[in-house]
Design a protein around this ligand. Structure first.
Ligand code: NAP
Ligand code: G3H
Length: 457
């Protein structure tokens, strides 16, 4: 049985994949377990060679893969190309970083007299079979950010790409196959998460689940994993906080690109602006001018705003907009939806009683919340259920650090838009934005476990 993959751009048929059932999943896990024994015993240097080869193959095929990605997830072609190139770098860096992960030796003599002859050899070992689940919006990069750190440290991987993004994900896997990766080390499960997901998550052969996606699915996986270790990167409601002394030209430029690139379908998109009332009019004018220049259309043209992943998502965004307008928000650009295409929208005078103040739209709409004081900005920023990232725009370094220290998020950007990269930085969400830490080195640490061997000398 096959599942068709249609383009969000025009509904055209792009390809189809096998709809997998429980027996397929069982076979894949058994193969993964069997190949783990061989893969973990290879030297890291040997595993690293496979990664380098795969990165070269990915680079060689970047135009083809970016083309598939743009058709499949409606990402502007230039951004798809950036994603593929970024992933080439991620694979190479992971291949090197894997060789820099060491265990340690701890001496009991540092603890007390009775332990002074004891020595602990602390080794890092792969966890085993890793289930890697990626979201639609970064089908190559957020797949590789799980797969490669897992593989380099000796784990085998069962990869479940998003249904919309599966063709791109398969292209990535082909690069590893062409690089000669031994059979069973990296396998793909195709099928809808809503149908096969629970079986995948609760399978007895899993040792680790590495998931990026929405908070509700992340929470579900968290419950199902029970004692199994997990890494969850989930939704966000990143705030850009703009203080009175900020450089408003820079802030407005960063805010617009942070909020609207890939039509706001990024976990780290700026999803609300908290601005001190005194400078709000001036900032908003600058933002509005830039938003009105955003180009809307087909991902293969030179545009920023493209159709959303599906019509259901666009209707969800539209409902948030309608709720805000009905409660008094002011639309500063035209409110317009054509099927799954939402035109970029700037909403002023958003207040705390509106859903858009708190909910992640995953679309091209930016709510502005005016605040009277810096304390109020911090309070509203931290009231969110999410804790992914935040931006603080100010020319006062003391204030910047005060905010950075007190914002309840994984990462704070000073005078810049929220963003995940570069891929060797730690990346994490707190509260409902995730559990555990990604970023090449941290991903490797997360997907390895400690084995301690003690000797009395
Ligand atoms: P999603 O609906 O949660 O899907 C993510 C992945 O989970 C897909 O592969 C999906 O497969 C799969 N899935 C669905 N139900 C499942 C189940 N019961 N068990 C196991 N897997 C299941 O998220 P999305 O719409 O693709 O992505 C958008 C969301 O991801 C946003 O909330 C965004 O903020 C978040 N995100 C977070 C980060 C981060 O790093 N913090 C990065 C990117 C995106 P199907 O496609 O087949 O349903
Ligand atoms: O969608 C979530 C991604 O982790 C965002 O990555 O900040 O590089 O666009 P990015």
């Amino acid at each position: 049985m096959e599942i068709d993959v249609l383009s969000p751009i025009d509904g055209s048929l792009l390809g189809s994949v096998k709809k997998m059932f429980k027996e397929d999943v069982d076979n894949i896990y058994v193969k993964s377990r069997n190949s783990f024994k061989l893969w973990k015993d290879l030297s890291t240097a040997k595993r690293s060679e496979y990664m380098y080869k795969a990165s070269e193959i990915l680079e060689k095929n970047k135009e083809k893969i970016a083309d598939i990605m743009s058709k499949e997830i409606s990402k502007p072609y230039k951004d798809s190309m950036i994603e593929v190139e970024r992933t080439v770098g991620l694979i190479k860096y992971s291949a090197e970083e894997g060789m820099r992960i060491f265990g340690e030796v701890i001496e009991g003599k540092n603890y007390d007299d009775s332990s002074k002859t004891k020595v602990a050899i602390v080794k890092r070992e792969p966890v085993g079979v890793v289930l890697a689940i990626s979201p639609f919006n970064y089908p190559i990069n957020l797949a590789a950010s799980k797969i490669v750190p897992a593989l380099i440290s000796g784990n085998t991987v069962v990869f479940k790409p998003a249904s919309q993004g599966v063709l791109s994900g398969i292209e990535l896997v082909k690069c590893f196959e062409e690089a000669g990766l031994p059979e069973g080390v990296l396998q793909v499960v195709t099928g809808k998460g809503s149908e096969i997901g629970d079986y995948l998550n609760t399978h007895k052969e899993i040792d680790f689940i590495n998931f990026t996606g929405s908070t509700p699915i992340g929470e579900r996986i968290g419950m199902q994993a029970k004692m199994k270790p997990i890494l969850l990167e989930l939704g966000g409601k990143d705030a850009a906080i703009v203080l009175e002394d900020a450089d408003l030209d820079k802030a407005s430029k960063d805010i617009v690109s942070g909020a609207f690139s890939y039509s706001g379908q990024r976990c780290t998109a700026i999803k609300r602006v908290l601005v001190i009332d005194k400078i709000a009019d001036e900032l908003i004018l600058k933002i509005k001018e830039k938003v009105s220049k955003l180009r809307v259309g087909n991902p293969f043209d030179d545009v920023e705003i493209t159709p959303l992943i599906d019509e259901k998502s666009a209707i969800f965004v539209e409902e948030l907009i309608n709720d805000a307008i009905s409660k008094g928000a002011i639309a500063l650009t035209e409110i317009k939806r054509e099927k799954n295409l939402i035109y970029p929208l700037l909403l002023d005078k958003v207040t705390e009683d509106m859903d858009i103040a708190w909910v992640e739209p995953f679309g091209p709409v930016l709510p502005i919340i005016r605040v009277k004081t810096e304390e109020e900005a911090l309070e509203i920023a931290n009231k969110s259920e999410y804790g992914l990232q935040s931006s603080i725009f100010t020319n006062n370094i003391d204030k910047a650090f005060k905010f950075a220290n007190n914002l309840e998020v994984g990462t704070v950007h000073i005078n810049n838009k929220t963003q995940r990269g570069p891929d060797n930085f730690p990346f994490l969400g707190i509260k409902n934005s995730g559990a555990g830490v990604q970023g090449i080195r941290h991903s490797i640490l997360s997907m390895t476990k400690i084995k301690t061997i003690v000797i009395d000398m």
